[in-house]
Design a protein around this ligand. Sequence first.
Ligand code: AR6
Length: 175
Amino acid sequence: MKGKMKLISGDITQLEVDAIVNAANPSLLGGGGVDGAIHRAAGPELKAYCRKCGGARHGEAKISPGFNLPARYVIHAVGPVWKGGNQGEEETLRKAYLNSLKLASQHGIKSIAFPNISTGVYGFPKKKAADIAIGTVKEYLTLHPEIEEVIFVCFDEENYRIYAGYPGLEIIPAN
Ligand code: AR6
């Protein structure tokens, strides 16, 4: 597990990894934020492919090719909408990470990059989300040596500061 979790600031669409994770909505047909950026960079074939995926519930994930992205795959994870914390939001966020990692294992993905799922439009508190993201990934890696690298990609400064405060994440300098 040690040395496999990394932190980088910037745009997830630029990363040359086996898979990038998208913070999608249940339609899987695109939207704003990181979802919009991924669909723009992947090209229209991504939406056409996702149309056939049948959507996903909050906490679920589906996989597609990366099309024009440098990443081979996109894993579309749907995080919870924050509604105050009493609607199972924490467990749903954990499942979004876990189901993404399970898909990665099933598809021979060795390197995977996550954005800070649900911490934008969906309004999940950032520190709590980081605890769940890092905790879930850490636990998964101890049991699944097939995943070699997990990169947390922070686009906004607040998330980056929060993640940089965790011991055990290797900081990769941005280009
Ligand atoms: N690379 C990496 N992270 C990014 C990028 C990027 N290019 N752009 C934004 N972020 P959000 P959510 C960060 O709102 O909260 C969409 O409309 C951003 O700083 O993209 O899960 C979907 O279609 C934030 O920390 O996703 C859904 O309807 C993080 O990505 C809804 O938003 C997540 O913010 C999902 O909301």
